[in-house]
Design a binder for this molecule. Structure first.
Ligand SMILES: Cc1cc2nc3c(=O)[nH]c(=O)nc-3n(C[C@H](O)[C@H](O)[C@H](O)COP(=O)(O)OP(=O)(O)OC[C@H]3O[C@@H](n4cnc5c(N)ncnc54)[C@H](O)[C@@H]3O)c2cc1C
Length: 336
């Protein structure tokens, strides 16, 4: 197996986040000689972890300019690490930061990049990469002769490395002159953790469909109660929220619907394909363009008033023919 450079950026405290630890396990499993290249304001804890994992060389680009994610500084740092390592094969976690910077780095190095890798394997000395095409309908295994070859590994596809860190590791600092930035980060505005409805690490995906906003058996809509029930369930079950296209489109049209539901929540052919061990669909019909987004959800259950809904036609493991308002009301009582 050819030598590998694992590119990671560190967190503010210098540690490695889960996607970096996943990429570290993936790189180790390939068996080649491993160099780790770190970028960040502080790198010591990350370097100690990399050494504990068995990295032969640890290179770093550090300094205030490399603390914040920014294309110009990240790209120049990754390029310098690649050149210092003399790497032909580079692996990086597909974080927002690397997904933005590394395609440009591949161009600068005269190489090639593949994104959304979901698996890597070394076969007869060469690397095989697995990824999905056409909205997760076809899985392909690729190899490439072009070098340097950069690969972005999707998070959630490998177990994170969990060994013991080494102590006081020797890091080779790679000197990089940071370009004059056009962007300065003045702060971060983010919703509170419990207001964040998309939680890729959640054990459960809770999907809300347009039925939550439709007239119910009493002839009235109950959007306020729907909102209260859904948010109550998400908080209690620490679930991630998905939506059907019909529901997120309603929100986009500015109608009085669920205000926390955006296109980012949409699951399906023209939405996302999240990976959760379990999924619970509510008030959603389970039409094919929606259900293709459930490809990686292992155990599927649905609540629908209609015993003939799409879920009942072999798309879910269990279908509860029931009123989702009543079911979620009861679930929230039990979870409280
Ligand atoms: C090219 C293309 C791409 C598409 N891509 C996507 C995509 O990415 N994602 C996606 O979701 N869709 C997609 N669609 C649309 C998809 O085909 C469906 O129209 C959409 O998923 C329907 O959303 P829904 O099930 O929430 O709404 P509806 O079809 O309106 O169904 C609402 C359901 O709620 C149930 N219901 C109502 N009240 C209750 C209650 N109290 N308790 C229980 N059940 C109740 C009803 O029985 C009904 O089954 C796409 C379509 C096309 C043509």
């Amino acid at each position: 197996m050819e030598p590998i450079l694992l590119l990671t950026h560190t967190e503010l405290d210098g540690s490695l986040a889960k996607p970096a630890l996943e990429a570290l396990s993936a790189a180790l499993a390939l068996g080649g000689e491993l160099t780790v290249g770190l970028v960040g304001g502080a790198v010591e804890p990350g370097a100690n972890l990399a050494a504990g994992a068995g990295a032969g060389r640890i290179l770093a680009v550090t300094g205030e300019a490399f603390t914040q994610p920014r294309y110009a500084t990240d790209a120049v740092a990754a390029e310098a690490l690649a050149r210092a390592a003399g790497a032909t094969l580079m692996l990086a976690p597909a974080t927002a930061r690397w997904s933005r910077a590394l395609p440009g780095v591949a161009h600068r190095l005269g190489g090639h990049i593949d994104t959304h890798a979901t698996g890597l394997a070394a076969r007869e000395g060469s690397l095989e990469l697995t990824r999905w095409f056409y909205r997760q309908r076809m899985e392909a295994v690729l190899t490439r002769a072009t070098r340097p070859w950069l690969i972005l590994l999707d998070p959630g596809c490998c177990a994170p490395w969990s060994g013991t860190a080494a102590a006081a590791v020797q890091v080779e600092n790679v000197a990089v002159e940071a370009p004059q930035p056009r962007t300065s980060v003045s702060g971060v505005i983010a919703p509170k953790a419990d207001e964040q409805t998309i939680r890729p690490d959640a054990k459960l995906l809770f999907v809300a469909g347009a039925g939550w906003t439709k007239k119910q058996t009493d002839g009235a809509v109950h959007v306020d109660e729907a909102q209260h029930l859904i948010l109550g369930f998400l908080r209690a079950a620490h679930a991630s929220l998905g939506g059907s296209k019909s529901l997120v489109d309603l929100s986009g049209e500015g109608q009085a619907v669920l205000p926390f539901m955006t296109h980012l929540n949409q699951v399906g052919q023209t939405g996302s394909t999240p990976r959760h061990p379990k999924g619970l669909s509510t008030c959603c019909h389970g039409e094919e363009p929606h259900v293709v987004g459930w490809r990686f959800v292992t155990e599927r259950r649905a609540v629908n008033l209609d015993p003939n809904c799409g879920w009942a036609r072999g798309k879910a493991d269990v279908v509860y023919v029931a009123d989702a308002f009543a079911v979620v009301r009861e679930l929230n009582k039990l979870l409280a």
